[in-house]
Design a protein around this ligand. Structure first.
Ligand code: ADP
Length: 245
């Protein structure tokens, strides 16, 4: 029996990086998974997992897409137990006075409003089953500042607080809400950043290396499973020690 046997999950940002690694891990542990991304790459990830995974092309910043992903989990797999709100974008790296207003709105819409919408539409479905587990991708950028990334840092600060307050609201109703705070992880997002920015982040990582997407998936699996049944409202860095000091 897998650690997620009998559970149904929705994973966003499923087309690459941490989301793709988590979809594969969830399926290997017996979950049924709706894999959501706006890129089309979710098709390949789902194909790799076989019948236990269905892909869905959708944009987490749009309420219709988010309602649709919850409806798809119910229609195909009978309900929803786990939501991994993981889709995210980085936005530009430029100081605040030069940061374009539209870029700021876009980053907040995907990274912060997307998490809000995911929880808003998943919670009623989870309450129908007597509870569930929500995992939000925040960032170490909700703990320490990264100059030049005002949209990203503000969005992740919001995700961390939204995680705690939603955990408090639903603690007595069986829904646990936790956030993962990745450090520098080897994904499409970091690969698209200037090399000196990433080199600087790795140099400040006490373990002296970049993290792997499967190291995020390991925590997502634990938080999704009943093994973490008394854990809610936590913000856990997976950052090789970046934020210790
Ligand atoms: P990371 O794993 O570090 O978040 P990636 O860029 O590899 O970095 O993965 C993020 C994923 O989120 C990508 O597959 C991207 O297409 C997806 N994504 C970004 N914005 C949205 C959105 N609005 N709706 C759905 N998926 C999104």
């Amino acid at each position: 029996m897998g650690r997620l046997a009998g559970k149904v999950a929705v994973v966003t940002g499923a087309g690459s990086g941490m989301g793709a690694a988590t979809v594969e891990r969830f399926c290997a542990e017996g979950a049924k998974v709706v894999a959501v991304d706006w890129s089309g790459n979710e098709e390949d990830v789902a194909r790799h997992c076989g019948a236990s995974c269905v892909p869905m092309r959708g944009d987490v910043s749009q309420a219709e897409s988010v309602e649709q992903m919850v409806a798809l989990a119910i229609e195909r797999f009978g309900g929803l137990d786990i939501l991994y709100n993981n889709a995210g974008i980085q936005g530009p790296i430029v100081d605040t006075a030069e940061y374009d207003e539209d870029d700021f709105d876009k980053v907040i819409a995907v990274n912060l409003k997307g998490v809000f919408l995911g929880m808003k539409y998943a919670i009623p479905a989870m309450l129908e089953r007597g509870g569930g587990s929500i995992i939000n991708t925040s960032s170490m950028a909700s703990l320490v500042s990264f100059p030049g990334m005002s949209g990203y840092c503000a969005s992740k600060g919001g995700v961390s607080m939204l995680t705690k307050l939603t955990a408090a609201e639903y603690a007595a109703r069986g829904i646990r809400v936790n956030a993962i705070l990745p450090g520098a992880i080897d994904t499409g997002m970091t690969q698209s950043m200037p090399k000196d920015y990433i080199d600087g982040a790795v140099a400040a990582t006490l373990m002296g290396r970049i993290g792997r997407p499967d190291e995020i998936a390991s925590l997502a699996l634990f938080l999704a499973s009943d093994e973490s049944s008394f854990i809610t409202g936590t913000l856990t860095p997976v950052d090789g020690g970046y934020t210790i000091v």
